[in-house]
Design a protein around this ligand. Structure first.
Ligand SMILES: Nc1ncnc2c1ncn2[C@@H]1O[C@H](COP(=O)(O)OP(=O)(O)OP(=O)(O)O)[C@@H](O)[C@H]1O
Length: 315
């Protein structure tokens, strides 16, 4: 376990709680409901991945959790910080002190004219941390991400994977309670992506920082114990794994659907396709589970009508 030099505060781990979270974007002509009553709980110290089709609301969720965007309605709480009830000044402070970001584009993560060490020191200098503490902390973090021997290199002298590892160290400089990463491995080849993701897992384990990571990459998303899927601005299902990070044959994965406070749940798309479930399904309450069947009567009625029509057409 890396022991940080604590400069002014002792960190507590923070969880995330979103309930009925709504974010509507309004432009002159249209209204886009990017988050449509999203429910998500992340335990303090947990690491999760968020997956979903393009436009499903992943980045919007991350921006809300990071205090970069204001929710329209619902609940969004990080630790003791209520994101619905923050003044502008509190939001700035929240962004600086409570969350750390890693973006897909390395140019957004790093200052191109500073070497790796100074990049990590940069947010600490802005926070007014002393030069000596900055130096020690930067070295600890570069050690943690396995890049202490590259401390004097500028981003242009580092590979894409190394740049993202420095970006992780920068995001952790202010000792955040929540680490948010939006497609951090999106520009990397598979082997490098898995390596960088391994660093995210390591910092989660060693520092206990809660982490929410958006990714398109199934190989990357499988590396953690819980993956949530967003569909149409809501969490549609969760996959919980035992043994994540081990070789795939030893991982036990179970799929869950999220039940909202109104009792609604979404069935995963591949379940709908496998059983050809459409429009209306038959439910049966059993002592320990609920059964969902194709509504054969409706199906038959739907088939009967065209037949009658056809027959009518033939006669
Ligand atoms: N600033 C904005 N103004 C208007 N609409 C927006 C804005 N930001 C996002 N949207 C819309 O909200 C929806 C969700 O977008 P979001 O970027 O969160 O999706 P995403 O899942 O991150 O997609 P991708 O994987 O392509 O990055 C989309 O329909 C998008 O067009």
């Amino acid at each position: 376990m890396v022991q940080f030099v604590t400069h002014e505060r002792t960190r507590t781990r923070s969880g995330v709680r979103c309930e009925g979270l709504v974010r509507i974007f309004k432009t002159a002509e249209i209204e886009v409901v990017a988050l449509q009553g999203l429910d998500l709980h992340v335990d303090p110290g947990e690491i999760i991945t968020v997956v979903g089709a393009s436009g499903s609301g992943k980045s919007t969720l991350l921006n809300v959790l990071g205090g970069l965007d204001e929710p329209t309605a619902g609940t969004a709480v990080v630790g003791s910080h209520d994101l619905m009830r923050m003044s502008g000044a509190e939001r700035n402070e929240f962004r600086r002190d409570v969350v750390g970001f890693v973006w897909q584009q390395t140019s957004r993560n790093l200052q191109p004219y500073l070497d790796a060490r100074r990049n990590v020191e940069f947010p600490l200098a802005i926070a007014g941390v002393s030069r000596r503490t900055r130096r020690i902390r930067a070295e600890q973090l570069l050690e943690l991400v396995g890049l202490i021997d590259r401390a004097d290199h500028r981003p242009s002298e580092l590979s894409g994977g190394e740049q993202q590892r420095v970006a992780i160290a920068v995001a952790l400089a202010n000792d955040p309670q929540l680490l948010l990463a939006d497609e951090p491995t999106g520009e990397l080849d598979v082997a490098t992506a898995i390596e960088v993701f391994g660093v995210l897992r390591r910092v989660n384990e060693e520092l206990g920082v809660t982490a929410v990571i958006v990714t398109h990459d199934p190989l990357v998303s499988q590396q953690v114990d819980r993956t949530v899927s967003i569909r149409d601005g809501r969490i549609s299902s969760e996959i919980v794994r035992e043994g994540a990070g081990l070789d795939a044959s030893r991982v036990i994965a179970r799929e869950f659907s999220v039940l909202d406070s109104a009792g609604r749940l979404q069935l995963p798309e591949h379940y709908l396709a496998a059983l050809d479930l459409q429009r209306r399904v038959r439910l049966e309450l059993e002592p320990d589970h609920v059964g969902v069947w194709r509504d054969v009567e409706t199906d038959e009625a739907a088939w009967a009508k065209p037949e009658e029509h056809d027959q009518g057409g033939l006669s």
